[in-house]
Design a protein around this ligand. Structure first.
Ligand SMILES: C[S@@+](CC[C@H](N)C(=O)[O-])C[C@H]1O[C@@H](n2cnc3c(N)ncnc32)[C@H](O)[C@@H]1O
Length: 282
């Protein structure tokens, strides 16, 4: 604890001296220490960091409120969606008709971050609809802004917790799900939070059509092996498995052509990227 405090105190001195921005995670640690340590310095630090982070984020949040391709659920306890006109809208079962104005198949990108797959797939498949979903508005902002700039009418973004998917999608509404570099949650006791855990597969079944395909792409051997184990344990077969796609190649160009923010970092670190595709209903 003392060591962390020293490191953070130094980091904060730098922030104060040079007015540097610090990462959100550092802010969270600082805020935590401010509470735990109960020292004036840490309270000041946390305050300072949050203000520094806040300005830019607030600007993005404000801008995103008016994006016609973004829907936000701002209350997880009483889920509801707000559109770009700040109206409460019910999109469940109506995404294709009310938002996309067509009857094309719908793909979700879960834990989309900056939404590169939603964007990249929407550019490649004009005859499909895509929705990127993430809890973090500041990340979605990037994908949504790029989609608007590119005039991609078949790409939209939804800010919510993935756990609430069945609040916003009706049975059979979704035909495909991409899970790209989702958090591996390495501790066993957190396994239920992995997006390929049985509880999540059951959730996806509530909103997906019988022919729905799930794509999982990850650098995490743990998450990959876990996913294969879940399939095996449920007697489910995979359609495709490709390991180490950047070194061994892939039969699906979009797997290497579309790279996410996290993926680029993993590639730089020389990590293996693995891919598995399976049918949800078997
Ligand atoms: C490791 S990042 C990957 C982001 C992106 N797919 C990429 O490859 O750059 C994981 C993302 O999952 C989101 N996330 C984690 N748990 C979530 C949840 N329960 N509901 C919605 N989003 C979640 C985080 O906000 C974060 O953006």
């Amino acid at each position: 604890m003392a060591e962390i405090k020293d490191t953070l105190t130094n980091a904060v001195k730098k922030v104060k001296m040079r007015n540097l921005k610090v990462s959100m995670s550092k802010c969270s640690v600082l805020s935590y220490l401010a509470i735990k340590g109960n020292t004036r310095t840490f309270v000041k630090i946390a305050y300072k960091c949050n203000i520094t982070m806040g300005k830019d984020k607030l600007k993005r949040f404000e801008e995103m409120k008016h994006f016609p391709n973004v829907y936000q659920n701002l209350d997880f306890k009483n889920p509801g969606l707000i559109n770009h006109q700040e109206q409460v809208v019910d999109m469940k079962g109506k995404w294709k008709k009310d938002h996309f104005k067509n009857d094309n198949p719908l793909t979700l990108e879960l834990a989309c971050g900056k939404g590169e797959y939603t964007l990249g797939l929407a550019q490649r498949h004009a005859n499909r609809n895509f929705i990127g979903i993430d809890i973090k508005g500041a990340r979605i902002h990037k994908g949504a802004k790029d989609a608007l700039k590119d005039g991609l009418a078949n790409a939209a973004y939804l800010r919510t917790k993935i756990e609430l998917l069945d609040e916003f999608f009706a049975p059979n509404e979704v035909q495909e799900i991409w899970i790209v570099f989702s958090d591996p949650f390495p501790k066993d006791r957190h396994a239920k939070h992995r997006l390929t855990a049985p509880n999540f597969l059951e959730l996806y079944k509530k909103i997906c059509s019988e022919d729905a395909i799930i794509h999982v792409k990850t650098d995490s051997e743990l998450l990959f092996d876990y996913t294969m184990g879940v399939l095996d344990g449920r007697g489910m077969k995979y359609n495709v498995v490709e390991r180490d796609i950047y070194r061994k190649g892939t039969a699906f160009p979009e797997l290497t052509e579309i790279q996410t923010f996290y993926e680029k970092m993993h590639i730089e670190d020389g990590r293996n990227i693995n891919y598995v595709q399976f049918k949800l209903f078997q």
